[in-house]
Design a binder for this molecule. Structure first.
Ligand SMILES: [Zn+2]
Length: 392
């Protein structure tokens, strides 16, 4: 067994589920904070646990460069290395290769590109992306795909989708042959986390497939159908939030979901704003990740139940109110807007820490409220509706 998924309640297209991983259970729909370099910038792991983070996302490309995937394997895998006992998902590195590296060359075999750190030449293939993710040892890992650029000509979108399908089959083949090499499976490893399920079989990682197909509904359907034929325990929708209008993103998500299995987890990669994660959960998405809450926090942009606040503004210099009176996070319970504004204006490290804690708490509480709504048989239509129920 790698993962198990059970839908426990549904309302309209939205559903609440329970995803069981080798490192614990995840209630869905779930927002996954991004811990690029085995760290959610500015937030210690014990605080993430207190905030209710159930699963973190790590970036294979960044960890491949620093500290190196073999180093992480030698240290017992990502869970032990970063002291995070709960679930982890890693991406395949494909998206970073496409977004960070301008000098890349894509062939049937894989992608040749240059490190964004020192320009050294690198090569990623479906096989090497699987090896890297097995070495890191996340609970859920992703097939190596090509994120199609936007806009792109129809012929180019099809060609890219076909390549992603061939790479998905290669990813699965290589993963199936090597999956028992994961570090928490190795009895000689420093942290032999060998567990057994009811059938006495050891647990392994789970590999998810990724649906591509650009902004073409027919190609999205074909990509979904053919990825399902290859067969994965979960499916992601990739290649969105790449500059297309939001209404189009929603249209693609809504139509792609129809072609995905109802009894398996659906992961929408790289979205979104608080409004969007509510919307996508209501459409039937189970998992989401985004750098927005953490990155915006470091720039002083805070999400609240009353809208966005730019804490750097002078109007908050004498404001003794909490950041968000409806938020029960440790930051809103203790500090004033005036103090947060002062920390930010002074360049204090604590500003980044407190801002990130609030934004993540806001996202995680939003998803908790969405799950609650669906379980009660209500439809969480908008962020304001969700937060109107959370008000003390
Ligand atoms: Zn707060």
């Amino acid at each position: 067994m790698s993962i198990a998924f059970r839908v426990e309640a549904a309302f309209g297209a939205g559903r609440c589920g329970r995803l069981t991983t080798p490192h614990g259970e995840v209630e869905t729909p779930v927002f996954m904070p991004v811990g690029t370099l085995a760290s959610v910038k500015g937030v210690p792991q014990d605080v993430l646990e207190d905030l209710g983070a159930q699963i973190l996302l790590g970036n294979t490309y960044h960890l491949y460069l620093r500290p190196g995937v073999e180093q992480v394997r030698a240290l017992g895998g990502l869970h032990r290395f970063m002291s995070w006992p709960r679930a982890i998902l890693t991406d395949s590195g494909g998206f970073q290769v496409f977004s960070l590296s301008e000098l890349r060359k894509v062939t049937e075999e894989g992608v040749t590109f240059r490190s964004h750190l020192d320009g050294s030449p690198l090569f990623f293939s479906p096989e090497s992306a699987m090896d890297a993710q097995i070495a890191l040892g996340a609970d859920i890992i992703m097939a190596f795909d090509e994120c199609t650029e936007h806009p792109a000509q129809p012929a180019r979108v099809r060609e890219s989708m076909e390549l992603t399908l061939r790479w998905a089959a290669r990813s699965k083949k290589h993963f199936e042959a090597r999956k028992h090499e994961v570090s928490w499976q190795d009895p000689r490893g420093p942290d032999a986390l060998v567990r057994a399920n009811g059938r006495g079989l050891p647990e392994t990682q789970a590999l998810f497939g990724i649906v591509q197909g650009g902004m073409d509904l027919a190609l999205r359907k074909e990509s979904a159908t053919r990825t399902i034929e290859i067969g994965f325990p979960g499916y992601a929708i990739g290649g969105l939030s790449v500059g297309e209008p939001r209404a189009l993103t929603r249209e693609i998500v809504e139509s792609t979901i129809e072609h995905l299995p109802a009894d398996q987890p659906r992961y929408l990669m790289g979205v979104g704003t608080p409004e969007e994660i509510v919307e996508y959960a209501a459409l039937g998405i189970d998992m989401m990740d985004c750098v927005l809450p953490t990155r915006a926090a470091r720039h002083g942009l805070l999400f609240t139940s009353q809208g966005k606040i730019s804490i750097k503004q002078a109007q908050y210099a004498g404001d003794q109110a909490p950041l968000d009176p409806n938020c029960s996070c440790r930051v809103c319970a203790r500090y004033s807007r005036a103090y947060l504004r002062h920390l930010y204006a002074s360049g204090e490290v604590l500003a980044q820490v407190l801002n990130t804690v609030h934004n993540l708490s806001f996202y995680l509480d939003t998803m908790r409220a969405v799950r609650h709504s669906i379980a009660l048989g209500e439809s969480p239509r908008s962020l304001s509706e969700v937060w109107s129920r959370l008000k003390p």
